[in-house]
Design a protein around this ligand. Sequence first.
Ligand code: AIR
Ligand code: ASP
Length: 332
Amino acid sequence: MHIEARSSRQPGGGGNIVVAAALTRVYVNCTQLRVQLALPMPRGSVLSRTPVTAAADLDSSTGATASMDFTKPRYTPMSRRRRIYEGKAKVLYEGPEPGTLIQHFKDDATAFNAKKHQVIEGKGVLNNRISEYVFQHLNDIGVPTHFIRRLNMREQLIREVEIIPLEVVVRNVAAGSLSQRLGIEEGTQLPRSIIEFYYKNDQLNDPMVSEEHITAFGWATPQEIDDVMSLAIRVNDFLSGLFLGVGIRLVDFKMETGRLWENDLMRIVVADEISPDSCRLWDIKSSEKLDKDRFRRDLGGLLEAYTEVAKRLGIMSEGERPQGTGPVLVKG
Ligand code: AIR
Ligand code: ASP
């Protein structure tokens, strides 16, 4: 993919780049795409060429940290950001303020502990949007999450949390590893929602663990497990209703949680992402899979399925394409 845009140096502008022209053309696989990529800043805006760090928010006269205006766009060239962590589908960068991070969604799809891997162009863009939608709504109904706001097509600003090393899986319908382990046919409605814990450890293949293991090995306290479970139930209720409303059955999902420190107080919040990568979503009428099982089971059509989920949620408009990384300035 090639993005053409024009920019010019501001004379004596101290190394800043001035946005001189809006994006002109975008090419995907050599075909010119007609896209409406609004540059999120007016022409003539100055892009900082230095990393936006906490220093940018310091009031130089007092040395006090100015309160962060999260509605104000900030731009840091990707290559200059400090990378904190790279996972299979996402990268975490240092955020613009202490206590914040930038969560970047990649196009990588992995399964079976990354034994299977493929890059699916556009997946990251869709997951960023779908996860933003879910986390924003969770925030709105008072379920605390790490999410602050989406920054661009692939990135969101999040609060830095101490990740609890557990994958919390909530199941409403038998599928996947539960069906395999217990011999229950996929699609069987469970007598009640079931919560399972897996220890987040790739080397060990994320083994299933019980509350006994979690407390004995100090991954979380009994009180924290209670908090995690009540969050999981609230997220499940919210997601089940949300998807039911758009003709989708929430079969199961995985979520992660983290400890958010605010002064001396700590609370547990929902972290990571909630997207078709981490949920099983079946069309109610046709039972068609609209989630990562399309990749795991070689069904094809992953991008189309994720786009369908986004469209039904009203996130992406008809005809909108998920490809692209957003406008990239060509220096010169
Ligand atoms: N999941 C578990 N580990 C990673 C992910 N994404 C999700 C799956 C599925 C649920 O957890 O996407 O929605 C249960 O997975 P499984 O394989 O245990 O049946
Ligand atoms: N994402 C995990 C992996 O890379 C598990 C999965 O979703 O199947 O194996």
